[in-house]
Design a protein around this ligand. Sequence first.
Ligand code: PLP
Length: 433
Amino acid sequence: MTLVKGEGVYVWDAEGNRYIDGSSGPVCVNIGYGVEEVADAIARQMKEIAYAHSSRFTAESVLDCAEKLARFTPPSLNRVFFCSGGSEATEAAAKMARQYHLEQGDASRYKVVARWQSYHGNTLGALSMSGNIARRRRYEPMLIDFPHIPPAYCYRCWFGKTRDSCDLDCAWALDREIRVVGSKYASAFIAEPVVGATLGTVPAPDGYFQVIREICDEHGVLFIADEVMTGFGRTGRNFGIEHWGVEPDIIATAKGLSSGYLPLGAVVASDKVYEAFGDPFAHGHTYGSHPVACAIGAAVIDYIEKHRLVQRSAELGSYLLKRLEALHDHSSVGDVRGLGLFAGIEFVRDKESKEPFPPKAKFSHRVLERCMGNGLLVYPMMGTVDGVKGDHIQVAPPLVVTRPQIDEIVGLLERSIAEAEGEVLRIFGGASM
Ligand SMILES: Cc1ncc(COP(=O)(O)O)c(C=O)c1O
């Protein structure tokens, strides 16, 4: 399908059909479509200086964006490295952690511990950290052997606990894994504060990242927060990790930073990490610190601040979640979760047992098809339970969304889910599925 126009939370295709974008593309277009200030910033920068090779030069827009980004991140994170997307950012963060240990004389540390059912990107290094089984499978022999621990996934706790009996075993699994790996080999731990596409918007439980921070400190391991999806107000805070009141050593971010207007990613290092470096960071790309992309990043941060979009995400996020909770009336809606304007719905065949639909039913994709037919865009994924079974969608409209537009999204979703349920029942029947 060809899109020809975008304005606010709406996009139009070449046939003239209008869609309300309930997922900001892949949770990316945080400030919405067609923002003139961004278009103006692009034009201005293009005319002034479109490119400056970052090995030798910089541009005002790069410095401006770095300064604004450093102010936007938690207080101890002030040193910015720009790249062109999320995979480049997480991979650069892993390399930065490695060089940090080298600079400290800790040459044996290189392993990045990650989590199953996570996503950190698709390039080979980033995919090696990713715990997304479907995306890894074909490339498994080419991946780096990084260890993975279980996810923090309360709806289907891998440790068989409930919220009442929870001792944060999922966090303490990191301590165990580092001891198994040998802390002298462990370089960093990477995690999404709210697991995005792979699990369908799953926030870690209270206390989780405080324990993670403690464990990382005890073992001299750096904590990398993957804020590619959760940055720039998406969860109702500047960055998702702020909900837990801890500061990571490195933030990897992208998506909302340029809100999709051009490719842009960034790694933001803490002063502790930066000060350990004697040599410059031995990494870079031709398009790193691109002046035009950085002009967009600066304009996007200005726009977020001017329109108080972070506060808006917190306020309207509560409204969105409340409205989505009502979808529990549908037989297929097993769990509704989220933080800020970042929500997820997990679908099940049986609410009581939490049994998922069989993969052949492609339930989440059916929901998307129905949504699109009804003029709504959401972000679907399968493999929620174990990488193969399970279905969810992410609902994450641009942060400029209004209450009536949230009502519109939820109304269309309600109709689409009912249609998908009917369709699956018609095709597969109940018991024989
Ligand atoms: C948490 C997270 N990290 C990394 C990435 C990879 O980003 P990109 O697709 O820009 O390479 C994504 C993409 O969805 C993501 O959600």
